[in-house]
Design a binder for this molecule. Structure first.
Ligand code: STX
Length: 325
């Protein structure tokens, strides 16, 4: 194991298996994979993964004390074990929107018999957590957020149209490669054509290049192992297609919506854990969110973007431990 991996292992709770799991039919022909772990009589918490399209990993269960929490995790529409999968031939993403995910969360909550829960999410998971909490503030006991992402045009342009490329020029060249030599224009819409092209010789390399850009730039210290973890062609294609679909649609938000409506969070305690050198979701968004939601604790740390960076993981676990009491 790498040094970082050893440190992470010491910060997180031990690996556990779910005590219950299943598929929930949420309508629109969508089946959502969910799982529960920890103590079935513990404090309810909902884990929201990133992307959108990022799917669950087993380590996501380890950010909560399993003797105190009842943790519910799910694969969002069309990724991970949820069906139909976005990498399948002829995939149709038209029923995949932020507001349908918010309603999926409500369906999972009622199906599992939960009244109120802690909502935990980073990156896209922070955007979805904010969208959910602003829609259903009375359902949320606390928000534990990291690497704040609100899908404003400035954030998308920074990461997918060249800003961040200045800080990681070789990775950026690899991201641009599928667009052809001398490309200039909007990378998000150009990638849309490639990712949804029916020819696997076009959509597979595009999916891999898109997803590699994210995995390669999400940690302060580049890690080939981290890149390899996200390189499965079907995973990478689903991740890229779902993200791209959300980004061409502005996240299904009015521009600036999540921060503009943050006054709805005024009665919800929470933390904003933010890597100071987050390339993917620059700290300026976390600062803007904190101004709009001053009740939260703002916790900048020496790290990049990833949930698995030790400085970030340590603050997240400290927060869930604090809220467990
Ligand atoms: N996407 C940010 C996000 O949620 C803009 C994310 N970035 N990388 C990931 O998720 C993986 C770790 C799942 C690759």
């Amino acid at each position: 194991m790498t040094t970082e991996g050893t440190r992470l292992n010491e910060i997180l709770y031990p690996p556990i298996d779910p005590y219950a799991a299943g598929m929930l039919n949420v309508g629109d022909g969508q089946e959502i994979y969910w799982e529960e772990c920890g103590d079935p009589r513990g404090k309810p918490a909902l884990f929201l993964h990133g992307g959108p399209g990022g799917a669950l990993t087993a380590d996501y269960r380890r950010y909560f004390d399993p003797s105190k929490y009842r943790v519910i995790l799910f694969d969002q529409r069309q990724c991970g074990r949820s069906l139909p999968h976005a990498a399948s031939p002829g995939a149709d993403l038209s029923a995949n929107t932020t507001w349908r995910l918010v309603e999926d969360i409500e369906q999972i909550r009622t199906d599992r018999g939960v009244q109120r829960w802690q909502v935990f999410g980073g990156s896209w998971g922070s955007a979805l957590a904010l969208a959910y909490a602003e829609a259903y503030p009375e359902r949320v006991t606390e928000l534990v957020l990291r690497g704040i992402f609100t899908l404003r045009r400035s954030e998308l342009n920074w990461y997918y149209n060249g800003g961040a490329g200045n800080l990681s020029p070789l990775c950026w060249e690899s991201f641009l490669a599928p667009l052809g030599p001398g490309f200039s224009g909007d990378c998000i819409s150009a990638y849309h054509e490639l990712l949804f092209n029916p020819d696997p010789a076009i959509h597979l390399p595009a999916g891999k290049a898109w997803t590699t850009w994210e995995a390669a730039t999400s940690q302060l210290v580049f890690s080939q192992q981290h890149v390899d973890e996200f390189s499965d062609p079907s995973y990478a294609l689903a991740f890229a297609r779902i993200e791209n679909h959300y980004f061409v649609n502005g996240g299904f938000f009015r521009e600036g919506q999540l921060i503009a409506e943050a006054d709805r969070l005024r009665d919800i305690p929470g933390v904003i854990v933010q890597g100071k050198y987050d390339l993917c979701c620059p700290i300026t968004t976390a600062v803007a969110l904190h101004r709009a939601w001053p009740q939260a604790d703002y916790l900048p740390v020496l790290a990049g973007h990833s949930i698995s960076e030790p400085a970030i993981a340590a603050e997240l676990v400290a927060a869930t431990d604090r809220y467990a009491e």
